[in-house]
Design a protein. Structure first.
Length: 418
């Protein structure tokens, strides 16, 4: 064989010493002794003796410069005595479609890997109730993903206080059995949990987190102190247990500036109720709440920093509350989309929004009334699309509401600029 970018060997009869290759894929390791010089990527697939390879000499060679290791479709049959993965160059580790991972992960996640940047654990089974590990041994780790890990119910991830970590992104998704997740002393930019259908509790202890996304966790409840106090962005989707009867503990999050809620929450008829959100919120997005009927005026009054408000895909939404939006004097952008039962914006008090710059209204077929007074001079853009009743009232020069909007520099109705 000559120089190949990739090499797939099913039953090698001799070692690889003479070969020069960047990628090796093997499925039988009983006869090979040493990786070829220059190998940067190794895939082990459907291998019955994967324990031997992980433990023994080939991967521990000082000349091994392996940067990427993939272990796929393997079944472990015994506990490992040690893990011999290369530590001098390994940057990416991907373990997928393996069974009996309880024989590998506890040992693997105790090994120091100073150059490892990405770990992906996908579509595996783990026949043990809990998985606990520290990220202190991965100082350069940037991305960590655990997906479709069956069997684990309790997940504990931590870092020793004072240790440095480069972790930016942590993703836990579609783990069907997990009921409890605890993150301790982590410093993260982004953290996402999705599709964990049995997850009930999420706890953060002394963690620094800038963005948290929670998708499709219908049993999830927040503990009062379960979220890090310095959280800046929170996005929630299809988490049905979060209702007005539950203390979400969000108002104490003094750094929270962005809150998105989408789908689920079937019992929520009004948002944001009083004392739900801190006054630091600048962006609020409400979408896909099937039973939302109105906004809560008392809750809105507390959002003194709100500059962007979006309401969309709420089929029952009809009202902006008794006092409307008049207290939102910092609001710059208001977007309303796909609210088929919304008939009027007069109660919203748009004329009082002294900072409003953009008003965007899409696909509200029953919306007929925009305002009874001249809209604020700060408004620079009005966009109306697929709102047949409102379009006539804003018609250039002769619509009933034209006198209230004529001063706006850019008016676009159904893609026509006036």
């Amino acid at each position: 064989m000559g120089n190949f970018g990739k090499l797939q060997l099913k039953r090698p009869s001799s070692g690889f010493t003479a070969l020069q290759t960047s990628h090796v894929k093997i499925s039988n390791i009983s006869q090979w002794k040493q990786l070829p010089v220059g190998v940067h990527s190794l895939s082990i697939t459907e291998c019955d003796s994967v324990e031997t390879l992980i433990e023994e000499e080939p991967l521990q060679s000082k000349t091994c410069l392996l940067k990427k290791l993939e272990i796929t479709n393997c079944c472990l049959s015994r506990s490992l005595r040690r893990v011999g993965l290369p530590t001098n160059a390994l940057e990416l580790l991907n373990i997928s479609h393996c069974s009996k991972l309880e024989f590998l992960l506890p040992v693997l996640l105790r090994c120091h890997h100073p150059f490892l940047e990405n770990i992906y654990i996908r579509d595996n089974t783990y026949d043990s109730l809990s998985l606990s590990f520290s990220l202190s041994i991965f100082p350069r780790l940037r991305c960590f993903e655990i997906s479709k890990l069956q069997g684990v119910e309790f997940l504990y991830i931590s870092i020793s206080e004072g240790d440095l970590t480069s972790l930016n992104s942590l993703n836990i998704s579609r783990c069907p059995d997990v009921v409890y997740i605890e993150l301790s002393t982590l410093d993260l930019a982004s953290y996402e949990i999705s599709g964990c259908l049995k997850l009930k509790l999420l706890k953060h202890t002394l963690s620094t987190l800038r963005c948290l996304r929670l998708f499709h966790c219908p049993e999830l409840l927040f503990q009062r102190d379960g979220l890090p106090s310095n959280l800046r962005e929170l996005e929630i989707s299809s988490c049905d247990q979060l209702t007005s009867q539950v203390d979400w503990g969000l108002q104490r999050l003094a750094s929270l500036t962005r809150f998105n809620i989408r789908g689920g929450c079937q019992e929520v008829h009004s948002l944001p109720w009083e004392c739900l959100l801190p006054s630091t919120i600048t962006t609020l997005r409400i979408e896909g709440l099937r039973n939302l009927k109105s906004l809560d005026s008392k809750g809105l009054q507390q959002l003194t920093s709100l500059s962007n408000l979006y309401i969309g895909d709420c089929p029952e939404f009809q009202s902006f509350g008794e006092e409307g939006l008049q207290h939102l004097t910092s609001l710059k952008t208001l977007s309303i989309s796909c609210c088929p039962e919304l008939k009027s914006l007069t109660e919203a008090g748009l004329q009082h929004l002294s900072s409003l710059e953009k008003l965007l209204i899409f696909d509200c077929p029953k919306l007929q009334y925009l305002t009874k007074e001249r809209l604020p001079n700060s408004l620079s853009s009005l966009v109306v699309y697929k709102c047949s009743l409102l379009e006539g009232r804003c018609q250039f020069g002769k619509g009933q509401d034209w006198q209230y909007v004529a001063h706006i520099p850019h008016i676009i109705i159904n893609d026509v600029l006036y």
